[in-house]
Write a protein that binds this ligand. Sequence first.
Ligand code: AMP
Length: 481
Amino acid sequence: MTSFNDFGLAEPILRALAEEKYETPTPIQAQTIPIALSGRDIIGIAQTGTGKTASFALPILNHLFTKRMRPERKSCRVLVLSPTRELSGQIADSFRAYGRHMRPLAIELAIGGVPINRQIRGLNHGVEVLVATPGRLLDLVAQRAITLHQVEVLVLDEADRMLDMGFINDIRKVVAMLSKQRQTLFFSATMPGEITKLADQMLIDPARVAVTPQSSTVERIAQSVILTEKASKPALLLEVLKTETTDRVLVFTRTKHGADKVVRHLQKSGYGAEAIHGNKSQNQRERVLAQFRTGSLRILIATDIAARGIDVDGVSHVVNFDLPNIPESYVHRIGRTARAGRDGVAISFCDYEENAYLRDIERMIRIKIPATDRRTGVRPAPRPAEHHHAANGQNRPHRGRQQRGHGGNEGGQNGKQANHGGRNNGANGHQGRPNRNGKPSGHPQAPRVDTSAGEPKAIGGVTFLQRPNEPRRNAGTRAPR
Ligand code: AMP
């Protein structure tokens, strides 16, 4: 499919797409839209940033257009479940944008963190599309503001994130309330075993569509790592901001506290920066996101969960001030740049305690990220707490599913996850190897040496290497089943 006209979508939808300046369907759209229009269930393996929202929104709108009927009171015809408030808001905005020439079309948002009464009123007459986070939806069901047996199409978006955030049981509860006579469109960036199981239970004879956005997105991004001491990270961030030609910069920290600290540091240094994270009110988050979108705010500091699904085009740089302890989060983070087919830059700061996270990330993306060593070579003395953890045999950073956040809490907010050791003495087998300048690091756990790097790119005395150009074998990053 080279044009949206080829799908046979209704004229009001095509008109809206033309106004949105969408000319060519993205790969996930080209695969998904014809199947979804036929009414079949779909498992779509695609990440945010690939155009997946339109891949389900357009056929759904077409269905609503061709099968016009008034929704019953306190019901919805289409239910979209998404893990976060931000992503839900963006999905609802997309439905409004693509459906702007369809009348009547009621689209409601049911998300936590805002008063429920307005949502209850909004559902009173019934709606065509309800975009909801699972917890708030169940609250609305409990308050008899909505019944779900009328749902004709269910979309589950970012299923793997739902799992990470502890929403799987809520989803099962919701699905149990739905009619079996429905179409289900199931999207996930990765397909870990539990998600496959959930899909098997929810879908009937699904078509499987997959784009490999993680690898293709990853490959479009010039990634680099700077090995550094923890204490040097704030100065390093200033250096990056001074030396890189940036448009919009998204800086990730692991904790809310860390995000606020970075904001204070940048503001003190004369940079306009704001944070979004779980402690901020919905209004604050929306205001800051709007500023970032319009470009009046150019540096946004975010935690993983708050940033989930941020749909802002033109993020030129993602800076991982802290490396995530969950490798998939790295891919989600850097996917905020290189959106809508553009290239982007992702720079990650990695301190001693994060070495194991870096190795996990590289293993998952199957790319060795070009690294520059900025460490002074003096390893920090272990803190008493680290002795304690080491003594308990917990000298590996916590990671993996069993360590993930639950119930929508921001992962690692107490900051402990990063501090549980990660000392890995000699575990990477790089002892005594020289750094990229050919000098010995003077450190027992010498820096990684990048052998796959392309052309060096000098930034303020730091040598970054562009990602290698040669195709990689199996660069896909789907998690093992
Ligand atoms: P999504 O993966 O749904 O979050 O979409 C990522 C971004 O791509 C959003 O800003 C969309 O507005 C944009 N987009 C989606 N489909 C297209 C398309 N066919 N042409 C141009 N931009 C698109």
